[in-house]
Write a protein that binds this ligand. Structure first.
Ligand code: AVI
Length: 321
């Protein structure tokens, strides 16, 4: 995940806004501090958390077909990745491209400078001659600036079901940025977690070992640590829900009693009624028809849905019209 935000002022302000809202809410981007990053690594290896394994299966089994349209142009191109993270999945594509000795420049975009530094290091040891141009920015601002745009064809990657962590309107807004940030013929590959048996989805966010619970609770720990607060994490429960109509998996932290929490850095005390909740994360699951509507909204045509053998996950390839 790339949405780290360690700016103290912004964090404090977002916590203040979220806990003063009704219902209370906290942005999920703040899950990802050093501890949250480690917990997310553990989540990706959980038996219940199928998303990462399924996307690997897609990329490992179908990378040749995924890259065929950009390779068919027989021209140097740009490979732009929004939210590059550790680049583990992308390396499947990079290895194949390196093997073919085609000319391209890789533009990994990530909000975290340290993530980009680590990625650059690991890329230069595995692919010493690859042209890599890291961009430290948000998805949206990078699409506005398009520093990669030089008239060459672009393949833009947005993997990992990260789009699911945005609400419907925000996801549409990102697609709109993709519309503005691409030209005719450009390709976009987006990872979507698909609607499926609701129990399978719910289990992915309610694992037996309790790692996802820790991940959610880490938000309270982080507020305690960084904003001098006194959340008693034992008095909150991790409560994931899944609505099969909207496809929204939503996670909450529910206060088991009426209590007050003081946040020193905000100089404010927040009241919780018994069983009042804090909404912490959305993880939207999509149907194929919802995905094609999003594509047309951005002026794209679906070229192909690359799915795993069980149809749990899809990396969809869109072409700008
Ligand atoms: C990063 N993102 C796609 C994960 C997801 O599945 O929504 C984050 C996550 N939250 C709980 N478990 C994993």
């Amino acid at each position: 995940m790339n949405a780290k935000n360690t700016d103290f002022g912004t964090f404090a302000q977002d916590v203040m806004l979220g806990l003063n809202s009704s219902p209370k809410t906290l942005p999920s981007k703040y899950f990802y501090d050093a501890k949250g990053d480690k917990l997310f690594q553990q989540i990706m290896a959980l038996p219940e958390y199928y998303l990462t394994r399924k996307e690997y299966e897609v990329l490992e089994g179908q990378h040749k077909q995924i890259l065929a349209p950009i390779l068919a142009l027989e021209k140097p191109f740009n490979l732009v990745e929004l939210g590059a993270g550790d680049g583990m999945k992308t390396k499947i594509l990079l290895r194949y491209l390196a093997q073919l000795k085609v000319e391209f420049t890789y533009y990994p975009v990530d909000f975290s400078g340290s993530v980009l530094e680590e990625l650059e290091e690991s890329l230069s040891s595995e692919f010493p001659s690859m042209k890599v141009h890291p961009i430290q920015d948000t998805y949206r601002d990078s699409l506005k600036k398009q520093v990669w745009e030089d008239g060459k064809p672009n393949l833009i990657l947005f993997l990992g079901a990260n789009i699911g962590n945005f609400g419907v309107d925000e996801a549409k807004n990102i697609i709109d940025h993709l519309r503005v940030g691409t030209k005719k013929g450009d390709l976009v590959l987006i990872g979507f977690d698909l609607k499926k048996d609701p129990q399978i989805i719910l289990n992915a966010y309610h694992d037996e070992q309790g790692v996802t619970r820790e991940f959610n609770m880490n938000l309270l720990d982080r507020i305690n640590r960084e904003l001098d607060a006194d959340f008693d994490r034992e008095s909150f429960i991790h409560w994931p829900t899944y609505d099969p109509v909207s496809g929204e998996c939503r996670s909450y932290l529910v206060s088991q009693k009426s209590q007050e929490v003081t946040i020193g850095a905000l100089n404010q005390t927040f009241e919780f009624e018994a069983f009042e909740s804090i909404f912490t994360e959305i993880s939207k699951k999509y149907s194929l028809s919802e995905i094609s509507s999003l594509a047309s909204l951005g002026g794209f045509e679906v070229k192909e849905n690359f799915m795993d053998s069980e149809g749990y996950f899809s990396d969809v390839l869109w072409e700008k019209q």
